[in-house]
Unconditional design. Structure first.
Length: 277
């Protein structure tokens, strides 16, 4: 049995009158790509943010393997939110290095990891460029490099291929599989069933704030007696999906949190980044 890296026990999350998640129990094991699959508003992004320590559960616990709450051990995690939160006045490498220094990682180590993964993402020649003119795909790749530079035990990805062209999406998926093959653990949130089947070893289907199924693609087909993941998903989520409550304040707060979590203040100049230790 693989080692459990992250344990979610009896977790409920409420926002005022809205219950976003109800009694979630989930174990994340090492060396797996775990897909969180659900429609918009199902609760998968809320669950991902609980895993990242952005939100605290209303009830229950989210702990790492050492028993410590995830909120106290964020250095164990690499997070790529849907909103990348890059500093446009900095180059790709300066964004990555500034983030790594907040983790106390020497430049030599973060550069070695960045160079390794940048080659796989076809980003080596772009590391010295300012991110202001980057395409969506290049920003997503930079955010992925930033999340990997400090050597996290768990990588959390929120819709990592959303808005990417076919080539960029294939490149990101290939790197995720490579990380798994090297013993890494990835939590991959997506609403695309075909992508989950292509990338993930294990799929967790979330609907109306509840886990409806958890298993390998083949096990989900066996358990539901269906011949495709689409049919399996439909059979597990036949009740009407709840209306998504958009909360722009929470969304913007999350983007702001990502900047503030490892960067107490925004660097004003490239020189300031160079001099920070």
């Amino acid at each position: 049995m693989p080692k459990s890296l992250l344990s979610i026990q009896g977790v409920t999350k409420n926002f005022a009158e809205v219950q976003a998640l109800h009694e979630i129990n989930l174990e994340i094991y090492s060396g797996q790509i775990v897909g969180l699959v659900g429609s918009n508003g199902a609760g998968k992004t809320t669950l991902l943010r609980l895993m990242a320590g952005v939100y605290k559960p209303s009830n229950g616990t989210v702990n790492l393997s050492n028993g410590e709450p995830v909120t106290t051990m964020r250095h164990e995690l690499g997070v790529v939110p849907e909103s990348t939160g890059l500093y446009s006045r900095l180059t790709a490498w300066e964004n990555i290095r500034y983030h790594s220094r907040m983790h106390g990682i020497p430049d030599s180590i973060s550069w070695a990891r960045t160079e390794k993964f940048a080659e796989h993402l076809d980003m080596k020649d772009s590391l010295s460029r300012h991110t202001k003119g980057f395409s969506r795909g290049m920003k997503q790749k930079t955010a992925l490099l930033r999340a990997l530079a400090h050597g996290p035990n768990i990588l959390l990805l929120d819709e990592p291929t959303a808005g990417l062209d076919i080539t960029s999406a294939r490149t990101v998926r290939a790197l995720v599989r490579q990380l798994r093959d090297e013993g890494g653990t990835v939590i991959y949130s997506t609403h695309q069933l075909a992508e989950a089947q292509q990338v993930c070893d294990r799929i967790v289907i979330i609907h109306n704030g509840e886990i409806r199924a958890d298993g390998s693609p083949s096990k989900l087909l066996e358990d539901t007696g269906t011949v495709s993941l689409e049919e399996a998903y439909v059979s597990l989520t036949q009740d009407q999906a709840r209306t998504r409550e958009e909360d722009n304040d929470r969304e913007s707060a999350f983007s702001g949190w990502w900047r503030r979590l490892f960067t107490p203040r925004t660097p004003k100049t490239t020189r300031e980044v160079m001099e920070s230790e």
